[in-house]
Design a protein around this ligand. Structure first.
Ligand code: NDP
Ligand code: MG
Length: 386
């Protein structure tokens, strides 16, 4: 029996994690947390019977409490609620499928209470990787990547301990706007950006894939997870999304992980590592696929990736500013308050405005996030599309 708690159970990764629970009877759900989707949370509680459930707002939690009054589940809310789920003694592994850097404090708390982390919530590692990775080592817990590229790298590192890596090849689909130029991007609407060619994901990460900010976040995620220099990470656009990423060793040999674009494999791999369980999903048919192609990422058009490298090279609090500005800008774009190209423009303006903190603690990271939000709020009214 393996006992898991999930932050973000009503989202894309969260619901797929619960599908894996349905298919593997030795997985037990001890706690579930979500933002506002009370209806789905009620269904999940009735089906998976966790001891603890959290909703972000007090109002949503009160509604949930009424709905599940017939069940022996405790309902909590807010950051306290997330922390309670993250640290509940019954759970062995925490799936961080929440979106955004709100995951920082619960992830740290879970590590401190000895839980392994199945990490989907990349924003947490991007902004607090310098705190989380050493802490996980100190506490003897594993950070098991769920992000498909990082799972592929993790799988490609199996059995290679002690062998020097030459580079990590981080693949990217290129998103829905691959091949487009700045003039065309100016006209792109929310509906266009939400049409990802290969993956079905939550709204925020789908927009991040369209701007290539997602790949930028993943470069930083890889740097922390695998302790490599930025110069050792190469982003390769591979529109078919079959090679999920690869590792090149010093003899020139490349080990890659391939599969259909389906998040259930990396989620399940993280939950059962190092065991591979059966999985009833579509297989790669090389004859049907015909060919795999590769391109350089166009960083002049998709400046989000260029800015991510810049933030990563600067280090300190700059990745936090990059990430926080992106979170805010994406939410403004989804609310149709700014245009698609204003997302990287707001990130750049926020990074230029920021006064760097070299080695920020959690409070300083959260402070930098709040300041970035404030800056964007004040800048956005007179922000001009360049
Ligand atoms: P979704 O938007 O689909 O889901 C987000 C989840 O987080 C929902 O359950 C949502 O609850 C919950 N949530 C949001 N805010 C809060 C809050 N304040 N308190 C508690 N719960 C909250 O996102 P995804 O599943 O797509 O992504 C989750 C993470 O995984 C992200 O970091 C993303 O980058 C990463 N990831 C996702 C992939 C994918 O295929 N989707 C692939 C690789 C990484 P509610 O809906 O009830 O508001
Ligand atoms: Mg990914």
């Amino acid at each position: 029996m393996k006992k898991i708690a999930i932050l973000g159970s009503t989202g894309s990764i969260g619901t797929q994690t619960l599908e894996i629970v349905e298919e593997n009877k030795d997985l037990i759900v001890t706690g579930l947390a979500a933002g506002s989707n009370v209806e789905l949370m009620e269904k999940q509680i009735r089906q998976f019977k966790p001891a603890l459930a959290a909703m972000w707002s007090g109002e949503a939690a009160a509604d949930l409490k009424r709905r599940v009054a017939d069940l022996p589940v405790k309902v909590v809310c807010g950051m306290e609620g997330l922390l309670e789920i993250a640290t509940m003694p019954e759970a062995e592994i925490l799936v961080t499928a929440i979106v955004g850097m709100i995951g920082i404090r619960p992830t740290i708390a879970a590590i401190e209470s000895g839980k392994d982390i199945a990490l989907a919530n990349k924003e947490t590692l991007v902004t607090a990787g310098h705190i989380i990775m050493p802490l996980a080592e100190k506490c003897g817990v594993r950070i098991l990547p769920v992000d498909s590229e990082h799972s592929a790298i993790f799988q490609s590192l199996n059995g290679e301990a002690g062998n020097e890596i030459e580079k990590i090849i981080l693949t990217a689909s290129g998103g829905p706007f691959r091949g487009k130029k700045t003039e065309e991007l100016k006209k792109m609407k929310v509906e266009d950006a939400l049409k990802h060619p290969n993956w079905s994901m939550g709204r925020k990460i789908t927009i991040d894939s369209a701007t290539l900010v997602n790949k930028g976040l993943e470069v930083m995620e890889a740097k922390w997870l695998f302790d490599v220099d930025l110069s050792e990470i190469q982003v390769v656009v591979h529109p078919q999304s079959i090679i999920h990423s690869a590792v090149q060793y010093r003899d020139g040999g490349i080990i890659a992980q391939l599969g259909m674009p389906d998040m259930k494999l990396p989620i399940q791999y993280a939950l059962f590592y190092p065991e591979r369980r059966p999985m009833n999903t579509k297989r790669v048919d090389f004859f049907e696929l015909g060919q795999m192609t590769f391109e350089k990422p166009d960083m002049d058009t998709f400046t989000g990736l260029k800015l991510a490298y810049q933030a990563a090279r600067t280090g300190g609090s700059m990745p936090t500013v990059f990430n926080a500005a992106n979170e805010k800008a994406v939410s403004l774009f989804l609310d149709r308050k700014i245009s698609f190209l204003q997302i990287p423009q707001l990130i750049e303006a926020s990074m230029e405005h920021h006064r760097l903190i070299e080695n920020p603690g959690v409070e300083e990271i959260l402070q930098a996030e709040a300041e970035t939000y404030e800056f964007i709020q004040s800048a956005v009214s007179d922000f001009i599309i360049r």
